[in-house]
Design a protein around this ligand. Structure first.
Ligand code: UDX
Ligand code: ADP
Length: 480
């Protein structure tokens, strides 16, 4: 029986291994982690991540051929294939600070593999680890090999949160990068055989190691660039009276452009886009490619601009001050159908409003109060460390109140901001919300999910990204 071990039971490792276990009943899959609480949650009723369909997959295979454990060394030693899916934070100090990936956790995982292995292994780089990590791991393993042979593969993950299970069941492609030697090709074939249990062969692409790693960076950079492009257009639409949704629809009909990833928003978030682009920028700079680096940097700058613009709209429309005013924040996760808040635009928007002394009442159906308080007090990039190394929960801020109901969040508020496109926000009783708010009552739709005309009929002053402005907003100055 082939044995797989995955180091890192996070957003990538957990769902990916669960699907491999489901689709390959003859393979034994162990997912290991240094976090005792995370492993306990994977073994319990309340999984550590919210992902539609995940629970069903896990309950089908857990205890059969899928195991979650903290006994890292045992499972690594027994495995034929070891996936590594640990954290890769952005460096906050030293060379490459603010851009380059910090490979501390990778290096420690690689050294541990070298220490405990007593049989040949295929080691697969799985999470976002873009900077020639595979080569670095290869060096650590071969210099500590004790006669054991390792083959390193890069198998970037393209799943998106909220649709992870669907993406894993039916991927656009599976990418496997490896050495072009006979041993490298044999390792590629072994991993291909795993995916071939459910992925058609023509969707499994094989490349050399670095092409696979760079493809992951490039895919995320291209996707993020589309969002920044449409967000840049949204500013122009507001200034000129066009409607960004109509523009997106019109350009998306061009089959060369395509309709997806053209939704204008308050900004993109998530653990990958910004981090991957920063890495891309760093690699370009290291190779003397200043223009290329600046080109990609601009995608992040436009994203920051979009978040600032949103805050400025709110403050300027409320007579240039939100000091002491209650603002309801509906949605804190970086997108719907996930409880993940990593790099969510809500953090920057909330911090911007708090900087202007607003009082926030936050509601998200999947994010806990502890997480929100932690996110609003954490330093940039601190989120990307294993949970037990993250700062302890801070004392709750008096300016921030986390509630479990959208109506409660909006009660007596001056304004309501939609920051995540949760479906339930589309069907709220906005008349009831309006009736219980201070007047004038504002709505700022950062996801373009609401019916602007209906809201105006109710009496709201409405701002919706990239849409023709309400006369109220035309008269106020929003400087980014
Ligand atoms: C992304 C990639 O899609 C995935 O392939 C990769 O493996 C990891 O990074 P993820 O971050 O989970 O996935 O979510 P994604 O759906 O890409 O959304 C990223 C951000 O962009 C979210 O904040 C989302 O709200 C925003 N977005 C997306 C927009 O603002 N507009 C869009 O049209 C699409
Ligand atoms: P991703 O989104 O890439 O899956 P996560 O932060 O969700 O990232 O998951 C990474 C996991 O890796 C965390 O649960 C963390 O505890 C775990 N981890 C980090 N370093 C190690 C290590 N050396 N051994 C085992 N697990 C590790």
């Amino acid at each position: 029986m082939v044995k797989i071990c995955c180091i890192g039971a996070g957003y990538v490792g957990g769902p990916t291994m669960a699907v491999i276990a489901l689709k390959c009943p003859k393979i034994e899959v162990a997912v290991v982690d240094i976090s005792v609480s995370r492993i306990a949650a994977w073994n319990g009723d309340q999984l550590p991540i919210y992902e539609p369909g995940l629970e069903d997959v896990v309950t089908q295979c857990r205890g059969r051929n899928l195991f979650f454990s903290t006994d890292i060394e045992k499972h690594v030693a027994e495995a034929d294939i070891v996936f590594v899916s640990v954290n890769t934070p952005t460096k906050t100090q030293g060379l490459g600070a603010g851009k380059a990936a910090d490979l501390t956790y990778w290096e420690s995982a690689a050294r541990m593999i070298a220490n405990v292995s007593n049989s040949n292994k295929i080691v697969v780089e799985k999470s976002t680890v873009p900077v020639k990590t595979a080569e670095a791991i290869e060096k650590i393993l071969t210099h500590n090999s004790r006669e054991i042979k390792y083959q390193i593969l890069s198998n970037p993950e393209f799943l998106a949160e909220g649709t992870a299970i669907q993406d894993l069941f039916n991927p656009d492609r599976v990418l496997i990068g490896g050495r072009e030697t006979p041993e490298g090709q044999k390792a590629i074939q072994a991993l291909k055989d795993v995916y071939a249990h459910w992925v058609p062969e023509d969707r499994i692409i094989t490349t050399n190691l670095w092409s696979a790693e760079l493809s992951k960076l490039a895919a995320n950079a291209f996707l993020a660039q589309r969002i920044s492009s449409v967000n840049a257009m949204s500013a122009l639409c507001e200034a000129t009276g066009a409607d960004v949704t109509q523009v997106s629809h019109a350009i998306g009909k061009d089959t060369r452009i395509g309709p997806r990833f053209l939704n204008s928003s308050v900004g993109f978030g998530g653990s990958c886009f910004q981090k991957d682009i920063l890495n891309l920028v760093y690699i370009c700079e290291c190779n003397g490619l200043t223009e290329v680096a600046n080109y990609w940097k601009q995608v992040i700058k436009v994203n920051d601009y979009q978040k600032n613009r949103f805050v400025n709209r709110i403050v300027s429309s409320m007579f240039n001050t939100v000091s002491g005013k209650k603002i309801a924040i509906l949605g804190f996760a970086f997108k719907k159908d996930t409880g993940d808040t990593r790099e969510t635009p809500a953090i920057d928007v909330c911090k911007g409003l708090l900087g202007d002394k607003a009082k926030l009442s936050i509601y998200d159906p999947q994010v806990t109060e502890d997480q929100i308080q932690r996110d609003l007090s954490m330093k940039k990039f601190d989120w990307d460390h294993p949970i037990h190394l993250q700062p302890m929960s801070p004392p709750a801020s008096k300016q921030v109140n986390v509630v479990w109901d959208a109506y409660q969040a909006a009660k007596d508020a001056h304004g309501v901001c939609i920051l995540t496109e949760w479906d339930e926000f589309k069907t709220l009783d906005y008349q009831k919300i309006f009736d219980n708010m201070r007047k004038p009552a504002y709505i700022f739709d950062g996801r373009n999910i609401l019916d602007v005309e209906k809201l105006r009929e109710i009496g709201f002053i409405v701002y919706s990204i990239g849409k023709p402005l309400d006369p109220w907003h035309k008269d106020t100055l929003a400087v980014a």
